[in-house]
Design a protein around this ligand. Structure first.
Ligand code: PNS
Length: 162
């Protein structure tokens, strides 16, 4: 069974993430979306909330599971008996960091392979940060995230600003 791990912050999950999850689920037997718990960034959504949003938007993809991890990604892969990391690449600017991560992960765990998937061009400008910025300024985030999580994002931002 070929298991791929798709790591990230997913704060919140965007249509760009969902596109990569969907496409990788067609290639691998199982895709484990792994939310990083101990990020230095201060997140808008808690890990549990991000898990719930990801579960909702991937409900129609049978071979996807949502999990979270702390510490090193390669240790999480070992625990899952997985050898593949999938990362979406949007632009050249993503490449330098992702290349470094792929190489350090290979050094730490030689059996691990990193697969880069080119973003759908429709989402090449999209990031969780830009979604949060548009939403917090009262802009329309339709077409940036799944319809069924739009109200959760506005609600969370409203409550945060109280
Ligand atoms: O969505 P992001 O924030 O770009 O995701 C970054 C992520 C979670 C993929 C990256 O920070 C990560 O893998 N962190 C885990 C720690 C780790 O294994 N670092 C590399 C070796 S020190």
């Amino acid at each position: 069974m070929k298991i791929a791990v798709l790591p990230g912050s997913f704060d919140p999950v965007t249509l760009g993430h969902l596109d990569i999850i969907r496409r990788s689920s067609a290639i691998f037997d199982r895709v484990c979306v792994a939310i990083l718990e101990n990020s230095s960034k201060s997140p808008l959504f808690s890990v549990e909330e991000r898990k719930e949003l990801l579960t909702r938007v991937t409900a129609d993809i049978p071979n996807v599971e949502i999990d979270s991890f702390s510490g090193m990604l390669v240790d999480f892969l070992k625990m899952k008996d997985a050898h593949v990391i999938v990362k979406g690449l949007r632009a050249v600017s993503d490449f330098e960091y992702e290349f470094q991560m792929a190489l350090i992960n290979k050094k730490l765990s030689p059996s691990v392979e990193t697969f880069f998937m080119t973003t759908n061009s429709a989402y090449s400008y999209l990031s969780s940060s830009i979604v949060k910025e548009v939403a917090s300024l009262g802009g329309d985030i339709t077409g940036l995230v799944s319809e069924n999580i739009i109200s959760d994002i506005y609600e969370k931002i409203k409550n945060k600003n109280k």
